[in-house]
Design a protein around this ligand. Structure first.
Ligand code: GBH
Length: 454
């Protein structure tokens, strides 16, 4: 007994990372279009202008997804493609592209999972303050309503926001991501509040304007923790760390899963954050909290790694350092397969919703071998190690709904440009040639057996 029969196996991408066609068919500019053109932000000045040219090559990409046996494709919509100014006039050609994409997926038996927002805010909205503007939740509601009306006859599954932590933490606090700002603490918490309200308004828009019932969730990231041993006190410490503030910096708030998800699922900001940073919070009402906490159908979590902790003298979590030479991926992230066991367990216990792993995967130094193929044994090993742990969680009674590999194909890795390759499909950016990596064929076997071969 492993994964349930209906468990969904998919792959994920995001609009700005794969689409390209940045200036085509009436699309408006978004904050990444602008950010990439400013010197110093992105590795070697790379941009998403062309990216994987998925906008024109989606049919070929879907054929490859089918060959890989993917049952679902999680992708995001470019807000500025649909609403070039962010609100107001709809760009029909933008809707047309997603119609073609969705129809082609369905024709190939691949279920679309749509993310409304994966970081590419329309630049016109940025000029009005972006997520700092108190109207931003209304903007999001308008956009989500259009999406619901237009696509819900064919799309059943939606995510409101991808990793709001990165939107706020990297976009507005460290400035590593667009729009590249470093705001102070008052603006920081106002932005968080607006983003969370936008999530809730987005859920309402999807429910109110869909023509058929839809299932809705969110896909956050955040710092995850795992116990250094199976001792009950270590497990307790790791569970606690997952949902509480683990430091006294604002950047610690950014990655605190409890801070972002307690409002969404429990309708409250956590006490510890309020105690430490309360004076910086905007005034908020019970109504606000109710607007943020809208009933959801599932919990999505993007998961790449976790920090091991043990219980200190008083039971509180203490970070355990990694041994010298600890395994890591090309982007320097540690390899910690057990996060796919512990995090879903902790998340399911706390929020009581079916869990999707909405992203998981690794970057490697992939290249085309002399035989013309792309051999990525590390990624195969990574996938098996991680998925074995996820299977264990399923066997322990965690309600697991599905798993999306990040990513379907190599793509524009934000501030790293094209220097990191996370795909199951290799992309040669000079020619746009695609090659299924060994791991794609291996993933197909995992899917075929519903994880029985792990
Ligand atoms: C995801 O971001 C994105 O959704 C996707 O677009 C991207 O391409 C992909 O992953 C690969 O990067 O350990 O507390 O310091 C993941 C971004 C980076 C967010 C690491 C959490 C560390 C939190 N994650 N970050 S902490």
């Amino acid at each position: 007994m492993g994964f349930k029969k209906e468990f969904v196996w998919g792959g994920a991408t995001a609009s700005y990372q794969v689409e390209g066609a940045a200036y085509e068919d009436g699309k408006g500019l978004n904050i990444w279009d602008v950010f990439c053109k400013e010197p110093g932000h992105v590795y070697e000045g790379h941009t998403g202008d062309v990216a994987c040219d998925h906008y024109h090559r989606y049919q070929e990409d879907i054929a490859l997804m089918k060959e890989m046996g993917l049952q679902a494709y999680r992708f995001s919509l470019s807000w500025a493609r649909i609403l070039p100014d962010g609100t107001g006039k709809v760009n029909e050609k933008g809707l047309d592209f997603y119609d073609r994409l969705i129809d082609a997926l369905l024709e190939n038996g691949i279920e679309p999972y749509v993310t409304l927002y994966h970081w590419d805010l329309p630049y016109e909205l940025h000029k009005q303050g972006g997520w700092l503007n108190p109207k931003s939740p209304d903007w999001f509601y308008e956009y989500a309503s259009i999406v619901a009306r237009h696509f819900s006859d064919r799309v059943k599954y939606f995510f409101t926001l991808n990793e709001p932590q990165c939107t706020v933490g990297l976009g507005y606090q460290t400035g590593e991501h667009a729009p590249g700002l470093k705001v102070g603490p008052y603006d920081y918490f106002q932005i968080w509040h607006n983003v969370l309200l936008a999530h809730g308004r987005g859920v309402d828009a999807l429910r109110e304007h869909s023509v058929k019932p839809v299932k809705v969730g969110i896909a956050p990231c955040g710092a995850l923790y795992l116990p250094a041993s199976e001792k009950p006190e270590d497990i307790k410490a790791a569970n606690w760390a997952t949902f509480h503030l683990m430091g006294d910096q604002i950047s610690d708030v950014s990655w605190d899963v409890g801070f972002c998800m307690d409002p969404v699922f429990l309708g409250q900001y956590p006490e510890d954050v309020l105690q430490k940073f309360g004076p910086y919070f905007p005034k908020f009402t019970d109504q606000d909290m109710d607007q943020i906490k809208r009933p959801l159908d599932f919990y999505g979590q993007n998961m790449y790694n976790a920090v091991p902790v043990r219980a200190g003298e008083d039971g509180s979590p203490v970070r355990v350092s990694r041994y010298d030479g600890f395994p890591k991926t090309a982007i320097q992230w540690p390899v910690t397969p057990e996060c796919l066991y512990w995090a879903p367990k902790f998340l399911y216990e706390r929020y009581q919703k079916p869990v999707y792993i909405t992203e998981n995967g690794m970057s490697a130094h992939d290249w085309v071998s002399l035989d013309g193929e792309v051999h990525d044994p590390n990624r195969i090993d990574f996938n098996h190690r991680y998925l074995k742990e996820l299977k264990k969680a399923a066997e322990d009674g965690v309600d697991l709904a599905g798993y999306f590999a990040w990513s379907v194909m190599d793509n524009f890795e934000w501030a790293y440009g094209y220097s990191e390759r996370f795909g199951l499909i290799y992309v040669d950016y000079r020619t746009q040639e695609r090659i299924l990596k060994d791991s794609a064929y291996d993933f197909r076997e995992i899917i075929r057996s519903n994880g029985e071969n792990l």
